[in-house]
Design a protein around this ligand. Sequence first.
Ligand SMILES: [Ca+2]
Length: 401
Amino acid sequence: MSTRSRPALVPALLSLSLAWTAAQAQTPVETTPVAPTLVPATPLPAAEPAGEPLAAEPRPAAPPPVAPAPTAPAAEITVYAESPAAMAFADDLAQRRGLDPQWVREQIGAARRQPTAIRLSLPAPRAAYKNWAAYRARFIEPVRLRAGQRFWDTHRAALERAEREYGVPASLIVGVIGVETLYGQHTGNFRVIDALATLAFDFPASHPRAEARAEFFRSELEQFLSLTHRTGMDPQALRGSYAGAMGWPQFMPSSWARFAIDFDGDSKIDLFNSPVDAIGSVANYFKAYGWQPGQPTHYPVSFDLNTLDKDALLAPDILPSFSAESFAAKGAVLEAEAKKHIGKLALIELQNGDPANGGSAPTYLAGTDNFYVVTRYNWSSYYALAVIELGQTVEALVKRP
Ligand SMILES: [Ca+2]
């Protein structure tokens, strides 16, 4: 996630803040210990949709519940049946969703407070510089590439069908599932109900956006119970990330409700056990966020130092804001294909450590609307480029003569 100029985005796309907070929630279990100072790696399709393009799930008519007041020292709670605030939320939820209050109380009441989820939800210590080269190396590496090749070979027909039906390239789907879970190998070991209840009712107050985050997780908990009730999945049995992201594509409950599809034709949506359902669901997710078939995600860019106005180019952050002409007028030099680009561009800056201290100069690229769409899965340009490059590298391997 590029933190620079984030406020500039807010007026343009208010709901981005939701996507950002959602993205913050996720750090893949497998990568968490590796480099906590890097950009938060991950997943989160929880990505609360910017503009909610496809709100399939009925929204509760009532306003979001008021934050429960702490009713007992959090440390004393082991299961949420002990929390009057959680039980009051259960009653409200049951009423809003038309669910059996006793069932909802039992489900939330059996949720255990999960201290690890609390710890992991705090922001990582901020490094002075991010490091794209180091971040990239975590994902574009031999184990993941081999697993990606196997995944592509095994699911070639489904990937081709997804590309045909949704217009989303197989390489992007392969990149996402590889970065998220190493092709189903790391889908998370937290009980989803524990993770969601803990972050809904005990989100750490020291977090700068604690109240908004707690509200987000209360909404996800509600979606989770609605989803499991509707589908017959056992809410006490499902496992996922510390933030409640589930299955091969690490969908948050709200994303599952809106975007998950049955793509293997067994009439069930199962992102835990069906990689083919995951393939179709990731494609559906990107199509819903406006993926434009055939449009590149980014172009190379260099600079004309005589006319360069880098501050202006970086001000809108990852939001494509410049025509190819205005990009060039501010000193960003594009190659022939990019000069013909229809639509807006963003100057994407990826740091490579501290240039004054052994690091390299930043990496720059011209991001298109499709690059922006990739960041709807996780609001991070580092994440997006890792997904794109992993997918393209795997594609080159599987298509090698
Ligand atoms: Ca299915």
